[in-house]
Design a protein around this ligand. Structure first.
Ligand code: GTP
Ligand code: MG
Length: 451
């Protein structure tokens, strides 16, 4: 891990031409450097206009400086923000000057890492900063904002407190090996562990929704050739993104396009038509369609309402169920309307015409509702955990289940306490009460430079 003694500098805005660019520096030399740039920089947290001269006295730009003394700053350390004109050359000149004055270039996520190390936020809040930067839908934004304000931290604290209580109940008896835990205490500890397992399971159930918020709802458009898959994608996207033609086998490689529907972002994935007798290139395309199907959160199965419903390959059907699949009966502008076979009776079906736009509003409404259906309610806060949280929670759950089994088999109290302590360590990883430098370095390395 980089030394906290260093004063770090980075461009905090994207490297390109814009109205303004913001550079940040943070660390022990900040105050000295700030005063070297502007001698009369007095009031903290107030924008201060000055000419920026480099170390050789050359004028670089007219800038705004804002000085945030620690510990009441984002990182907890003295921090200076410099807003220059948004010219990458100017930003580069200022950055080089800051390095010449004793700063070191910040690594990815190093500002937020310092905020975490200085106790300004826990690890789940630091991750929420990333989620906030990447949120692409109203709901993703709401969850990131709540997590940044400690929603996950609070529920983890409740779990840790509950677990500490259970531990205290049994640890009192470790020092008295001759005394058995009274049966009523034993029962109480068992119940408490069960409650912890339930809450842990409820949290784990939000992981899928968390993935949907962070990556978008993976919506695979599937069906036989020529049924209008690409035409429907174009309608939903609102422009001619995919090639459309009356020849079957137009789409070979799958293509992906994000759309915003209500509070969610959907990643629409148009695929090659499932031709039962494909030519070689088509076959490769179909293989890719099936790969996308494996990862789908939602499947739009497109049928041509004027043709007999096809019998789909088992490799496709095994992925489909009424919850993850919506049937779209396209070409409803044409007169012939063939009945849906009984095997699809439990599936919700929408009739559309990609040609006229008929049924598209109903399809959009249904898609919004499906996206919403992945949301798992958990008390008052919006919570949707990420993969790292899920790993730790699965670990904690296993430890708790082991402790409970040992309790039922009246195994020695020390063994049960040891499992409970393991669960405590696993819970602790989520907020970051851990001693794992490598994990921290890896996590913050996924941030952007300047954050
Ligand atoms: N009448 C009518 N024609 C449609 C409709 N939707 C698509 N088509 C036509 O059907 C043909 C095939 O449309 P595509 O969108 O290319 O179909 P696809 O399912 O993507 O086909 P592949 O990529 O070959 O698998 C084109 O000629 C479209 O104009 C519809 O709702 N009504
Ligand atoms: Mg197509």
């Amino acid at each position: 891990m980089a030394s906290p003694q260093d004063t770090i500098a980075a461009l905090a805005t994207p490297n390109g031409t814009s109205a303004i660019a913001v550079l940040r520096i943070c660390g022990p030399d900040t105050s000295r450097i700030a005063r070297a740039i502007a001698q009369n920089l007095t009031s903290p947290r107030t924008a201060h206009r000055t000419d920026y001269h480099d170390r050789n006295g050359r004028l670089v730009d007219d800038v705004l400086l804002t000085y945030f003394p620690g510990p009441a700053s984002y990182t907890g350390e003295d921090t200076l923000e410099i807003s220059s004109h948004g010219n990458p050359y100017i930003a580069q000149r200022i950055l080089e000057d800051l390095l010449a004055r004793g700063c070191r270039l910040a690594t990815a996520g190093e500002f937020t890492q310092r905020a975490f190390l200085n106790g300004r936020m826990d690890l789940s809040q630091a991750e929420a900063v990333m989620d906030l930067i990447h949120a692409r839908s109203e709901r993703a934004l709401a969850v990131a904002n709540q997590q940044l304000r400690g929603s996950l931290g609070r529920i983890m604290q409740e779990l840790v407190d509950g677990l500490l209580n259970a531990l205290a109940q049994i640890e009192a008896y470790i020092d008295f090996p001759d005394e058995d835990l009274p049966p009523e205490d034993l029962k109480q500890v068992g119940t408490n562990i069960e409650i912890l397992i339930n809450i842990t399971n409820n949290l784990l159930a939000t992981n899928h929704y968390g993935n949907i918020l962070r990556d978008g709802l993976k919506t695979v458009i599937l069906g036989e050739p020529n049924v209008g898959k690409s035409s429907l994608l174009n309608r939903l996207v609102g422009r001619n993104r995919a090639l459309v033609s009356d020849q079957p086998g137009t789409t070979r490689d799958y293509l992906e396009e994000p759309i915003l529907l209500g509070d969610h972002c959907l990643r629409l994935i148009d695929t090659a038509g499932l031709n039962p007798n494909p030519a070689e290139l088509e076959r490769l395309g179909i293989e890719k369609s099936l790969e996308r199907l494996n990862e789908a959160d939602l499947v739009l199965l497109i049928l041509d309402s004027t043709k007999p419903t096809p019998v789909l390959p088992v490799s496709v059907v095994q992925h489909l169920n009424p919850k993850n699949t919506l049937i779209v009966r396209n070409k409803c502008d044409l007169p012939l309307d063939i009945k849906l076979p009984a095997v699809w009776a439990d599936y919700h079906a929408v009739s559309t015409s990609a040609l006229t736009g008929s049924g598209l509003e109903e399809l959009r409404a249904e898609l919004q509702q499906r996206a919403e259906s992945f949301h798992v309610e958990l008390g008052d806060d919006l919570i949707a955990i990420n993969a790292r949280h899920a790993d730790s929670l699965i670990q904690a759950k296993d430890d708790l289940a082991r402790a409970k089994a040992k309790l039922l088999q009246s195994e020695p109290i020390e063994f049960i306490a040891s499992d409970l302590r393991d669960a405590l360590a696993a819970y602790g990883e989520i907020s970051g009460k851990i001693d794992n430098e490598q994990m921290l370095d890896r996590l913050f390395a996924s941030f952007c430079i300047g954050k």
